[in-house]
Design a protein around this ligand. Sequence first.
Ligand SMILES: Cc1cc2nc3c(=O)[nH]c(=O)nc-3n(C[C@H](O)[C@H](O)[C@H](O)COP(=O)(O)O)c2cc1C
Length: 216
Amino acid sequence: MKLAVVFHSASGTTRQLAQAVAAGAATEPGADVCMAEIVGSDIVDGRFQNSTLLQQLSGADAIVFGSPTYMGCVSAQFKAFADATSELWAEQDWADKIAAGFTIGANLSGDQLNTIQYLQVLAGQHGMLWTGLDIPGGFSTKLSDPAKHNRLGAQSGLIAHSADGKVHKTDLLTAYYLGQRVARLAAPSATPGKRNGNARVLCKDPVWYAFNRGGL
Ligand SMILES: Cc1cc2nc3c(=O)[nH]c(=O)nc-3n(C[C@H](O)[C@H](O)[C@H](O)COP(=O)(O)O)c2cc1C
């Protein structure tokens, strides 16, 4: 199973989340995970021109989209990438791939949800199958989750917040979990509507990469 994380990041916080998503996805047995970063030189005269990256994504079973929130939506660089997928859209090349998304903003309520919803619409246009987070913020009565994943409580995708350029450990752990979840759902053994194998193991310790498989 191949999973790609495609993202844009100017100052590195979205990149850290992307790395965490990829690391979480890599824990799924048989997962082949790649990071695809959208960079300025991919964009020529306002158009995203990196056809190699697009081909790479077409070969994936699951794609996780990541962008910083800029002015209440994805960054211009991410949007240039999204516009360039229109030829693939015409063929519905990405139909039935699993999709998910994440974003980060400097304000606690900095309109990040609109970014997630844009990513969800993008996935919908491609006929992809969107997956969010199955963690109800701090309100779970069934989960033992001392790390308090999904601290900001968004479930359509991961919303993170950083006021100082540092990424909160819990946001990284939630990104890691999102990667695990997407990889698990994209795995050939996945059964729709059922959790399989080692599903839904939350980290007990909010330390980056201190993944504890004895979770639940
Ligand atoms: C042009 C621009 C627009 C931004 N707009 C928003 C915004 O609408 N809401 C928000 O919460 N943060 C906003 N931010 C802050 C960024 O989302 C935040 O710094 C983020 O961590 C940057 O991600 P990066 O480190 O991956 O580049 C904006 C930053 C820039 C440069």
